[in-house]
Design a binder for this molecule. Sequence first.
Ligand SMILES: *Cc1c(COP(=O)(O)O)cnc(C)c1O
Length: 365
Amino acid sequence: MTAADLLPAGLLRPELRGRSPYGAPQLDVPVRLNTNENPHPPPQAMVAELAAEVATTAARLNRYPDRDARELRADLAGYLGHGLSTDQVWAANGSNEIIQQVLQAFGGPDRIALGFEPSYSMHPLIAASTGTRWVAARRTGPSFGLTAPDVAAAIREADPAVVFLTTPNNPTGGATPLTLLQVALETTNGIVVVDEAYQEFAGPRIASALALLPNYPNLVVTRTMSKAFAMAGARVGYLAAAVPVVRALQLVRLPYHLSALTQVTARVAVRHVDALLGTVAAVRAERDRLVAELTERDVTVLPSQANFVLFGGLADSQAVWRRLVEHGVLVRDVGLPGWLRVTAGLPAEVDAFLAALGIVLTEVG
Ligand SMILES: *Cc1c(COP(=O)(O)O)cnc(C)c1O
């Protein structure tokens, strides 16, 4: 029985009926490789500084925080570089809230959001919650890549108010070249959201869409502290865009949406960015080891520019997922039959996953 079943018929908004909430399982197993967190905890020096800053902020919690989070946005602009100013950067409680605000401002009833699936499952869910109609184009081909003609055709057909392009893409791991993003930006009459949640894991030759901002007033680049920054628990996401886009988001954000504690936490994180991102090389090494080891097995493996790997060719991926849980290893069933996604964890976690998978694959295909 779902919550909707207990409600009198017709109370729930039609577009939400029959839907399931976002539900990556939070199971208590020893090896959790299902939500793409950075497995390395924040460094001790940062934790100590954060504790002191939180104490100072706690003494002032009778006051509302800075509604516009200007100091944090200045820090984030400095981190992003590309000549960005404070006014071009916006922050919220995770990039999910950023996406929600973008859809509140630019989507909504009678408007369409377009995505290229498989991709991040929250984009359509947040679209539905803002009354925006979701149109899914497909990523086709053996590694779920995109082609410029396909992207342009999907945009012309749907005429969306908001286009989502995730790069590196979750769950497939591949990156989209800037030239293809430019095709989307030049074909659409709407906003293009380039979701760069995993950009810090990408190789040096994978350019960020931030480089396109000077030329495209309809571009929004979203980032998060939940992945490479190792701050998923803090709930901080942010974006860079043209100044009018940021002003539009200020129309829909709730007053004081970003708590004083969140703002100070994110500012401390930016001060320690070198140490936080110092773990990225180790995570990438484990990702590359996953790709190499899985290639040796009887499975299909997609190249990845992120901190996870999608592997497939499984006759019964749900059975493999369940058997891995029984072995104490949680990976992600992203709803793609035959495929599973595994996060690059600590070396011992990757070892545990590979050992468990070896056993499971002899039992179920
Ligand atoms: C994990 C992820 C996010 C992060 O969301 P937060 O709300 O910032 O934790 C955003 N986009 C994609 C594609 C992701 O995989």
